[in-house]
Design a protein around this ligand. Structure first.
Ligand code: FES
Length: 656
């Protein structure tokens, strides 16, 4: 190997993305100077009447388009990077090149754009989700009005958000300046010039920017996972037309990298992107590369596609079926005809932004995996923000954030074949995963019998009654049901009252050899405890008993107590005292601090936080919600995080 080749290899091995996000970004400074010179030339030419207004309109559109990249880079702090004396100049560049946008103050844009990065493709919190939709036409109507939608969000959903409200003063100053310019120009008789060279170009450039920065890189705007929520699309020379935005993965994974370095970083991390199933496409698959899918064709963007089972999707509601007066069944659309894959008994988390906070809860799936549909059951809970919304306000066509599948409460028809009897014991809405298991067992295990014991307050509280009846018609020999109601009803001759040991033993006795059966239990804690102790008294082996667990209570403090400071995504801060045997989420919930969470057991990843200071450990070794690479990068899960020293935590993932 000659010395030159060897030196190149060493350089390639030691370079990483951070080498492209340091020092003054002279490429962006040059672009800024070019745009300013362009504006001076344009205004002079229009004033001297040596340029027609249509030509001026075209040039102004180009300048707004180019100027946006400077403002965008300034918003990310990518012109000065770590060079502090450059920071005021960076802000000056950002402010001056958002003036032509007329309604988009730089300070507000920078903050609201951070939300696009933090919540990419989330229907409620991604401000750029406005430019979504499956068709070019729909996106085309929305792209030119993206800035208006920012203002609408500022006045509505983000109206009390301290991160946004802190920009109001500078926004007022901006509007005073732009309004003065507009009034001054109209007053001086330049109204037509203002329209042709000032206002129309904003909408034309906004259209191009909305398409290039939002719709094209993120469509079909259904994936929220970090490697799938955007795409890279390759074609020679494309980076010059899009100012690098065709490598949108790089911008989202490493927002501190300057735009003219995207291609270099893309080449550097391409193996990682491919390993993580990131959508990488080309404009014309047959002419440029047969190996890459054509533009918009990568299944990694179109379907539930991820590594490590960590799907996070934005899904439309396909149907809502009322089950009882207090419960509904919700079915979600498939993506590219594929549903989110799951196993019988598992659950997903659903997130909706309600009353100023992102509320996430776990809901079990009631269909069998072979149904090819993702359907959940939702029981209304008193004072339950999300369950009330899903029961009373949700409409067909609405979008929700759905993540999963999660849970170890799994029925595997292959391993379960050794047991001839499957006993399913459900209380109330605990029937939801149990129904999925019953459907799967009856369809997949043609030999075994299934006995469902289903406890409810009263007959009108029975969820999925029609589906249970259909199963008993379809499998009369293999499927038996025992209902028990707390309240007696006229005409009801079956069991009444609370499920207790004696009643349960009687119910189990309709099948011989209960010790060989497998038992799946889901319902209120009090019922689960009775069922488990009864089964233990019957000497049922623990490996035959499966229990659905969703929650954990807070243990009494033991060991050293540490200060834990928390910064939530909306900017609010809290200080908590957390003992070494407690998790941050346990104490936060107790103290009313609303850290977004769902499963509480380290599986869903909803409570992910960045540790910026201090040492912590995870309560469990099994945390599929946190990948090993994420641990290395200093991320933790609030529901599993136990402090070993004073800690500082920030909600979400801080982009490097
Ligand atoms: S709440 Fe699910 S991982 Fe923490």
């Amino acid at each position: 190997m000659n010395a030159k080749v060897s030196a190149t290899m060493i350089t390639q091995q030691t370079m990483d993305w951070s080498d492209y996000s340091t020092g003054i970004a002279w490429g962006t400074v040059t672009l800024f100077i070019g745009v300013i010179v362009g504006y001076i030339g344009l205004i002079t030419a229009i004033y001297m009447q040596v340029m027609s207004l249509p030509v001026g309109m075209f040039i102004a559109t180009l300048l707004v388009y180019l100027g946006f990249t400077v403002a965008h880079e300034a918003g990310h702090g990518n012109i000065a990077h770590e060079v502090t004396w450059m920071k005021p100049l960076e802000r000056f560049m950002g402010w001056s090149l958002t003036i032509p946008f007329l309604i988009l103050p730089f300070g507000l844009f920078a903050k609201i754009h951070d939300y696009h990065h933090a919540f990419t493709n989330e229907p409620d919190r991604d401000p750029d989700h406005w430019v979504s939709g499956n068709t070019w036409l729909k996106a085309s109507f929305r792209a030119p009005t993206l800035a208006l939608s920012y203002l609408y969000l500022t006045a509505t959903r983000f109206k009390d958000d301290p991160v946004i409200t802190q920009t109001h003063k500078s926004s007022l100053a901006y509007y005073a300046v732009t309004l003065s310019i507009i009034v001054g120009l109209i007053w001086s008789g330049y109204g037509l010039e203002l329209l042709m060279v000032g206002i129309i170009p904003v909408f034309l450039a906004s259209y191009v920017l909305g398409m290039l920065f939002d719709w094209i890189p993120h469509k079909p705007t259904r994936q929220q996972s970090r490697y799938q929520n955007t795409r890279s699309y390759l074609f020679p020379g494309l980076k010059y037309l899009t100012l690098g935005q065709n490598y949108h993965h790089i911008h989202h994974l490493y927002p501190r990298v300057s735009w003219y370095n995207y291609e270099r970083v893309f080449n550097l991390i391409r193996p990682e992107l491919e390993a993580k199933n990131a959508p990488i496409e080309t404009l014309f698959s047959n002419t440029f590369s047969k190996k890459l899918p054509g533009f918009g064709k990568s299944i990694n963007a179109l379907e539930p596609s991820s590594v490590d089972g960590a799907h996070k999707l934005t899904l439309h509601v396909e149907s809502i079926q009322r089950e009882t007066s207090e419960s509904v069944a919700i079915t979600f659309e498939n993506l590219n005809e594929k549903n989110l894959p799951f196993k019988a008994g598992q659950y997903v988390t659903v997130t909706k932004y309600l009353n100023g906070e992102a509320v996430t809860r776990c809901y079990s799936i009631f269909e069998s995996p072979s149904a090819g549909k993702l359907s959940i059951g939702v029981k209304w809970v008193k004072n339950g923000l999300l369950s009330s919304y899903l029961n009373n306000e949700l409409a067909v066509g609405d979008e929700l954030t759905v993540a999963g599948p999660f849970g170890h409460f799994i029925y595997d028809p292959v391993t379960a074949k050794t047991s001839k009897l499957l006993t399913l014991i459900a209380g109330g809405s605990g029937i939801t995963p149990i129904l999925s298991i019953a459907k799967t067992a009856l369809a997949m295990n043609s030999e075994g019998e299934v006995h469902l014991i289903y406890a409810n307050r009263s007959i009108i509280d029975v969820m999925f009654l029609r589906q249970i009846n259909e199963l008993s018609f379809e499998y009369p020999e293999r499927f038996s049901i025992t209902y028990i109601y707390q309240k007696n009803h006229t005409g009801w001759n079956g069991e009444t009252g609370y499920l207790n040991e004696e009643k349960l033993i009687n119910m189990l006795a309709i099948h011989s050899e209960p010790e060989d059966a497998q038992y799946y239990i889901c319902g209120p804690d009090i019922m689960k405890n009775i069922v488990v102790s009864t089964l233990q008294n019957l000497n049922i082996r623990s490996e035959h008993i499966f229990i659905e667990e969703f929650s954990q209570s807070t243990p009494k403090p033991e060991g050293s107590i540490h200060k834990v400071s928390i910064v939530l995504a909306n900017g609010s801060t809290y200080d908590l005292d957390v003992a070494e045997n407690q998790t941050v989420l346990q104490v936060a919930t107790q103290e009313g601090v609303k850290i977004p969470h769902a499963c509480g057991v380290g599986q869903c990843g909803c409570c992910m936080m960045q540790v910026t200071e201090g040492v912590s450990e995870l309560a469990s070794d099994e945390t599929p919600g946190l990948l090993p690479g994420e641990q290395v990068r200093g991320l933790t899960l609030a529901c599993q995080c136990r402090p070993k020293s004073a800690l500082s935590l920030i909600e979400g993932v801080i982009n490097e």
